[in-house]
Design a protein around this ligand. Structure first.
Ligand code: PHE
Ligand code: ZN
Length: 848
C-alpha cells in the first residue's frame, strides 16, 4: 500500500545496530501456502543497546515468539516488530508462517514452476523471518529444511541429509541478504574443482529435468572463473561445495548467495541450438561476476546499501577484466562503452541521475542501476589507470587483508589505495559523490615545434549535485605523425582543473592527437578539431578503441548532417569503412563492431545536447539511409566477406568462431539491402545453431519476408521458454516504427505471453521500449500500451515494474506533443491509489 508520505533514507543518518548476532539457526517446514519458519537467534547487546530490539519483518504471520524460553508479545507494524529485551546476551526464538505460492514479487521465499527459491538482496530476508535485515549485521547460519523434495539446498556445507530433510552450515559470517534456500525436483550437472591449496570443491549446476543439456558451458565458465580469480587476484574458494541453481522466474540476472548462487535461467542455460554467441558470452560473464562476488561482496560486504558500488562496481570491473582475458580485450572494451552510452549516459544526464554512491533513497531496489554498476566499474578502471597496475594490485591485497570479514564503505576502499600508493584521493572521491557525465572539450595549437593540448571539463548541475566541482579525469593520449607513426606513445594526462593545457616540445611536425584512448574516462568528449582527423584516425590509429571510435564519430557526424541539413551520407565515412573491411588482418569481431551505427537513442541525446529537439522518425530515416549507403559502398566486398567468414567446423561458442559469425551475419544483413532476402532464407533453412538461425530470422523480418520462418520457428521451439523469449522479442525489434506498438500489442494476446514471468514481460514490452522510433512513434500508441501493462504488473511485481519505468527517463528531450502524451501516461499511473513504493519513487523522480 502507498505510504501517505514515503520515507527517504539518508546515508548521513547511518547508525550501527545495537546488538551482535552471534548465531542463527533456521528451520523450514515447506508448504506452498503455509511454510513455517522457526528461528533461533543469539543476540548480544552492545553497551548502548537501549533495552529493546527492532527486527524487520514484512508479510509474516507470527505464530510464537520467545526470549530465553519465555513467551513475549512484541509490538508489530507493517515493517517489523519491537520487543523489550534483557541487558545481557539472550536467545530469540520465533515461528512465522509465510505463503511462497502467492509471492509473485519474487522477493523473499517464492515458488517458480513448483520449485521453492529465495531472493533476499537487498531487503527480502525480512519476508522470510523477523531479523535485523541490514548488511552490517553478519552472522553464522545453520539451516534445516524439511519438505518432500529430492533436492534441498542452502548456503555453506551440507552437514546432514536424508529423505525429505537436509541440514546446512555456513561457517562464514554473512549478512542476511546472502541467505538462500532452494527445494525442488531438480537434476544436477556436477563437476569438481581443486583449489590451488588443494581443497576439493564439488560443483553442481541444478536445473529442471529436461535442461541437463544446457549446463556444460556454464560449468566450464565457473571453473575458468575459479582459476582466474586465483591467478589474477590470489583469491581461493572457501567452502566444500559451490552450487548454482537455474530458475525461470527471476527479477534480475543472478544472485551471489554464499555457496548457492541463484540464476535467472537466461543467464546460465545454453546449448548451441538454443543460445546465441552473445548469450554464451553474457553467461560466461555473469557466472564470473557472481563467483567473483564470493570475495568482493561476500567475504567483504557493504556496511549499508549506499555502499552498493563497493561490491558491484568492483565486481563488474573484475568480470570485465576476466572477459578481456578470456576473449578479445578491445572487443570487450568497445562493447562495454556501447552499453555504457546506451544505459548509463541517459541515466546520468536525466531526472534519475544519482552519484555512484547515492546519498538518499526511498526504495533501494531502484538503485541497482547502470550508474552504480557500470559507472562504478569505470571509476575503478580510472583508479587503476591513475595508480598503475602495480599500485592497484598492492591496494587490492591490502583491501583483502585488512577488511576480510567486514562490512565496509567507500572510505575504507579509498583508504587502502591511499595507504598502498601514497596518493591523495580527496579529489578523486568526487567520482563517487557527484552525479552527471562530465563533458570534456579538447582543442590543440601548434607554435613552431611546440604542440599544446588544452582540455576543459564541465559538469552540469543536477538535483543531487547542484554545485559541481572539477574531477580528476585520466585522459590517455597518444600523438601520431601524418604517416601514422606514434610520435608520442600513450600517456595518462591528468585533467584536474576546469581548464588545463599540456605541452609537448620538440616534435618534428604538427601531430594528430588520439585522445581518450581506450575510453579512459566515462565522459562525453568534444573534439574541436577538423573532421579529417577522424578519417585519419580511422585509417591509422594504433589504439583499437579510438580507431573504432573514429568510425563512430564519422558516422555520428554524417547522421547529424543528414538529419539537420538533409546532407548526403559522408563519403569519408563510407570510404573509411571500405578500407577497414578490406583489412584482412583485423579481428572479424572488431570489424563487425565497426559496421554498427551509433544507437538512435544516442543520436537523440547528441541532438538534445546541441540544443535541438530530436525527431525519432528523422533519426530512423537517416540511419536506414546510411545503412543502405554503406551496403552500396561495400557492395564489391560484402559477398567475399560473407563467404570468407562462414564457420564450417563444429559449433564452438568461443571468441574466434563467434567473431567470424558476427562478421558473416553483419554482412548478411547489409547484403539483404542490396539483393533481398534469399541468402538469409538459405541460412535460415540450413542453420544448425541459434546464432545463425536468429540472425537470419532478423533479416527476414526486416525484409518483410519472415512469415514462414516465424511460424516454423514457433513450431520448432514452442517447448523452450528461453528460445520463445527471443521469438517474442525479435518480432518487436524488427518491426517498422509504425508497426511496433501493434506488433507488441498482438504478442501480448499470444497464449504463451505469460506476463508474470519477468523475462517474457521484458521480451515484448522491454523490446518495444528499446525500439527508439517505434516507442516514440507520434501516434503515442506505445506509450499507452506500456503504461497499461505497467499498471497491470505493479501489484504483482513492483520491482520489475519500477525498473521498466526507466524507459521514460529521456522524455523531456522530445517535442511538446510527445511530452504531453508521456506526461499523461505517467500521471495516469501515479494516480493509482495503491501504487508500489518502487514505482511511485521512480515515476515521481522521472516526472520531476
Ligand atoms: N547482486 C546481484 C548481482 O549483481 C544482483 C541482484 C540484485 C540480484 C538484487 C537480485 C536482486 O550480482
Ligand atoms: Zn553483482
Amino acid at each position: 500500500m502507498r505510504d501517505a508520505a514515503p520515507t527517504t533514507i539518508y546515508l548521513k543518518d547511518y547508525k550501527p545496530f545495537g546488538f551482535e548476532v552471534t548465531s542463527v539457526a533456521l528451520t523450514f517446514d515447506l508448504h506452498p501456502n503455509a511454510t513455517r519458519v522457526k528461528s533461533r537467534i543469539a543476540f548480544a547487546p552492545k553497551p548502548d543497546a537501549g533495552g529493546k530490539i527492532f527486527l524487520h519483518g514484512e508479510n509474516l504471520t507470527l505464530v510464537s515468539a520467545r526470549i530465553d524460553g519465555e513467551p513475549v508479545q512484541p509490538e508489530i507494524t507493517t515493517e517489523g516488530l519491537t520487543c523489550p529485551v534483557p541487558d545481557a546476551p539472550f536467545v530469540w526464538e520465533a515461528e512465522v508462517e509465510i505463503d511462497p505460492a502467492n509471492n509473485t514479487a519474487l522477493e523473499g521465499l517464492y515458488m517458480s514452476n513448483g520449485m521453492y527459491c529465495t531472493q533476499c538482496e537487498a531487503e527480502g530476508f525480512r519476508k522470510i523471518t523477523y531479523y535485523p535485515d541490514r548488511p552490517d549485521v553478519m552472522s553464522v547460519f545453520t539451516v534445516t529444511i524439511n519438505g518432500p523434495h529430492p533436492v534441498l539446498l542452502s548456503n555453506g556445507n551440507p552437514v546432514d541429509a536424508s529423505d525429505g530433510h537436509a541440514e546446512w552450515h555456513d561457517p562464514w559470517p554473512k549478512p542476511a541478504y546472502l541467505f538462500a534456500l532452494v527445494a525442488g525436483d531438480l537434476v544436477a550437472h556436477s563437476d569438481r574443482f581443486t583449489t590451488r591449496s588443494g581443497r576439493a570443491v564439488d560443483l553442481n549446476l541444478y536445473v529442471r529435468p529436461g535442461d541437463e543439456g544446457k549446463c556444460a558451458f556454464g560449468m566450464q565458465a565457473l571453473k575458468d572463473s575459479m582459476r582466474w580469480d586465483e591467478d589474477v587476484y590470489g583469491r581461493e574458494y572457501d567452502l566444500d561445495v559451490f552450487n548454482i541453481v537455474a530458475v525461470d522466474d527471476f527479477n534480475m540476472g543472478a544472485m551471489e548467495n554464499k555457496g548457492l548462487n541463484i540464476f535467472n535461467s537466461s543467464a546460465v542455460l545454453a546449448s548451441p541450438e538454443t543460445a546465441t554467441d552473445n548469450n554464451f558470452e553474457r553467461i560466461e560473464a555473469i557466472i564470473a561476476h557472481e563467483y567473483f562476488h564470493n570475495w568482493t561482496g561476500n567475504r567483504i560486504t557493504c556496511r549499508d546499501w549506499f555502499q552498493l558500488c563497493l561490491k558491484e562496481g568492483l565486481t563488474v570491473f573484475r568480470d570485465s577484466q576476466f572477459t578481456s582475458d578470456m576473449r578479445s580485450a578491445p572487443v570487450k572494451r568497445i562493447s562495454d562503452v556501447i552499453d555504457l552510452r546506451a544505459r548509463q549516459f541517459p541515466e546520468d544526464q536525466g531526472p534519475l541521475a544519482h552519484p555512484v554512491r547515492p546519498e538518499s533513497f526511498q526504495e533501494i531496489n531502484n538503485f541497482y542501476t547502470a550508474t552504480v554498476y557500470e559507472k562504478g566499474a569505470e571509476v575503478i578502471g580510472m583508479l587503476r589507470r591513475l595508480v598503475g597496475a602495480q599500485g592497484y594490485d598492492k591496494a587490492l591485497s591490502l583491501y583483502f587483508d585488512r577488511h576480510d570479514g567486514q562490512a565496509c564503505t567507500i572510505e575504507d576502499w579509498l583508504k587502502v589505495f591511499e595507504d598502498a600508493t601514497g596518493r591523495d584521493l580527496a579529489q578523486f572521491k568526487r567520482w563517487y559523490s557527484q552525479a552527471g557525465t562530465p563533458t570534456v572539450t579538447v582543442r590543440d595549437a601548434w607554435y613552431s615545434g611546440t604542440y599544446i593540448l588544452t582540455f576543459t571539463q564541465d559538469l552540469k548541475p543536477s538535483a543531487t549535485t547542484p554545485d559541481p566541482q572539477p574531477q580528476v579525469i585520466p585522459i590517455v593520449t597518444g600523438l601520431l605523425s601524418r604517416s601514422g607513426e606514434e610520435l608520442v606513445p600513450s600517456q595518462v594526462l591528468e585533467l584536474t582543473e576546469t581548464s588545463q593545457s599540456f605541452t609537448f616540445e620538440g616534435l618534428p611536425e604538427r601531430p594528430i592527437p588520439s585522445v581518450l584512448r581506450g575510453f579512459s574516462a566515462p565522459v562525453v568528449l568534444h573534439r574541436e578539431m577538423p573532421e579529417e582527423h577522424q578519417a585519419f584516425l580511422l585509417a591509422h590509429d594504433t589504439d583499437p578503441f579510438n580507431r573504432w571510435e573514429a568510425g563512430r564519430e564519422l558516422a555520428r557526424a554524417s547522421l547529424l548532417a543528414m538529419i539537420r541539413d538533409g546532407a548526403k551520407p559522408d563519403q569519408r565515412y563510407l570510404d573509411g569503412m571500405h578500407a577497414v573491411m578490406a583489412e584482412d588482418g583485423l579481428d572479424p569481431a572488431y570489424r563487425a563492431l565497426m559496421l554498427g551505427l551509433p544507437a538512435q537513442s544516442d543520436l537523440a541525446r547528441t541532438l538534445h545536447d546541441m540544443g535541438e529537439v530530436p525527431d525519432p522518425a528523422a533519426i530512423w530515416t537517416a540511419s536506414e539511409t546510411l545503412r543502405d549507403a554503406l551496403a552500396e559502398r561495400l557492395s564489391d566486398v560484402l559477398p567475399g566477406l560473407h563467404e570468407a567468414h562462414q564457420v564450417r567446423e563444429d559449433y564452438q561458442p568461443n571468441a574466434e568462431q563467434s567473431g567470424r559469425r558476427s562478421l558473416a551475419n553483419a554482412t548478411l544483413s547489409l547484403l539483404a539491402r542490396l539483393e533481398g532476402p534469399a541468402r538469409a532464407q538459405a541460412q535460415y533453412d540450413a542453420a544448425d545453431n541459434m546464432t545463425q538461425q536468429l540472425a537470419a530470422l532478423a533479416v527476414l523480418l526486416r525484409e518483410k519476408a519472415g512469415d514462414n520462418a516465424l511460424h516454423a520457428f514457433e513450431n520448432q521451439w514452442s517447448h523452450d521458454r528461453l528460445v520463445m523469449d527471443k521469438w517474442f522479442g525479435l518480432q518487436v525489434m524488427q518491426a517498422a516504427p509504425d508497426a511496433v506498438a501493434a506488433t507488441a500489442q498482438k504478442l501480448t494476446e499470444h497464449a504463451d505471453f505469460n506476463w508474470k514471468n519477468p523475462n517474457r514481460f521484458r521480451s515484448v514490452l522491454g523490446a518495444m521500449a528499446s525500439h527508439h522510433a517505434g516507442f516514440h512513434h507520434d501516434s503515442g500508441a506505445a506509450y499507452t500500451l506500456l503504461a497499461d501493462w505497467l499498471i497491470k504488473l505493479d501489484p504483482v511485481n513492483p520491482q520489475t515494474t519500477a525498473r521498466m519505468c526507466a524507459v521514460f527517463q529521456t522524455w523531456k528531450r522530445y517535442d511538446e506533443g510527445r511530452q504531453a502524451m508521456i506526461a499523461a501516461e505517467l500521471d495516469r499511473i501515479l494516480a493509482l491509489p495503491e501504487l508500489s513504493r518502487d514505482t511511485t519513487e521512480m515515476l515521481t523522480r522521472i516526472r520531476g
